[in-house]
Design a protein around this ligand. Structure first.
Ligand code: ADP
Ligand code: MG
Length: 322
């Protein structure tokens, strides 16, 4: 069995890369971060608990990727540039068969985003993975939830609903063929944080949130905080290729209230549509316009012809007022 310190040294300590931003990493009582002068520090924490957020037999490489991805997604939704992260780990044992692929999946995504592992805590216990990310953003540029304005377009990055489709497949709620389950499972296990898009939207979007609990619920947070309402076109929602093969009712449900999408939902004035599309192109992430922000509170769902829809969505009822 590895000691706690051997384990940290072996799997979670690497030579510093960006010594300009990370003045001191793993190994001391604290890490030292040097954000660019004049920027604000953006900080977010997300915890993944075995049995609740991931299956006990989850692939450790994918799990390493996912637990950092969901944290980077929060930085993306704020328009912040990643600097570094800490990792608090409770582990039942120190088996290399789990630790090696876990740290590889984690650090591969960290390298992709120039986001260094700068510290953490390690203890024995039921498997629990808690990451805190640190990023930087220019003052006044952060994409906050409370800045949506009546008349704004509502945009979504990428596609929605396939993580939920995979869950339905795993639970045998739906019969999916192996290829469909594999493709949808990829969306569930290996989400792509939209960091470049978040950065490109700074100074352009009014408000943003990342979709972790389903579009309707998460957009609801933006509406509430911004004291506005919205109309969403259910037929305009970007649907992934595997979900596109499913019946309309299921497509709509999974896209509106699926969860685990980790796409960005953001609002921007219609006068800036061309700039939004340019920003998305530059970031290499497709975006789709799916509705508009209204002055009247509540969330209205319509079809492509503007006809109101009445869908019973668990997270939807909570926010509907019309
Ligand atoms: P302390 O006694 O101050 O809590 P620890 O002995 O827990 O410090 O940790 C020693 C060093 O290793 C610290 O710099 C800490 O940030 C780092 N560390 C501990 N666990 C991890 C981990 N899972 N990943 C990265 N760094 C870690
Ligand atoms: Mg400690």
């Amino acid at each position: 069995m590895l000691s706690e310190f051997d384990l940290i040294a072996q799997y979670f300590t690497r030579p510093a890369r960006d010594t300009r931003r990370i003045a001191l990493g793993v190994g001391d009582d604290c890490a030292l971060i040097a954000p660019s002068p004049g920027t604000q520090l953006a900080v977010s924490t997300d915890m993944l608990v075995e049995g609740r957020h991931f299956f006990p037999d989850a692939d450790p490489f994918q799990l390493g990727h996912k637990c950092l991805a969901v944290n980077l997604s929060d930085l993306a939704a704020m328009g912040a540039r990643p600097l570094g992260f800490t990792l608090a780990l409770a582990l039942p044992d120190s088996r290399a068969e789990w630790l090696a692929p876990f740290s590889q999946g984690l650090l591969a995504l960290a390298d992709l985003h120039g986001c260094a592992l700068i510290g953490g805590d390690t203890t024995k216990g039921p498997r629990n993975i808690c990451i805190t990310v640190f990023g930087e953003v220019a003052p006044g540029q952060a994409l906050r939830r409370d800045r949506a304005q009546a008349g704004d377009d509502i945009w979504i990055s990428g596609t929605l609903g396939e993580a939920r489709l995979a869950l339905a497949g795993y639970r045998n709620e739906l019969a999916l063929d192996a290829a469909a389950l594999q493709a949808a499972g990829q969306r569930m296990h290996a989400p792509t944080p939209r960091v470049a898009l978040g950065l490109a939207l700074c100074g352009l979007a009014h408000a943003a949130i990342d979709i972790s609990d389903g579009l309707v619920g998460d957009l609801g947070h933006v509406l509430k905080r911004s004291q506005v309402g919205a109309t969403l076109d259910a037929d305009a929602l970007p649907i992934g290729p595997m979900l596109s093969l499913q019946p309309q009712d299921l497509r709509r449900r999974f896209a509106l209230a699926g969860g685990d999408d980790y796409e960005l939902c953001f609002t921007a004035p219609p006068s800036r549509r061309a700039e939004v599309l340019d920003a998305a192109r530059a970031a290499g992430t497709a975006v789709t316009r799916v509705g508009r922000i209204d002055a009247a509170p509540g969330l209205r769902l319509v079809d492509g012809n503007g006809v109101p829809l009445r869908l019973q969505l668990s997270s939807f009822d909570h926010f509907a007022s019309s």
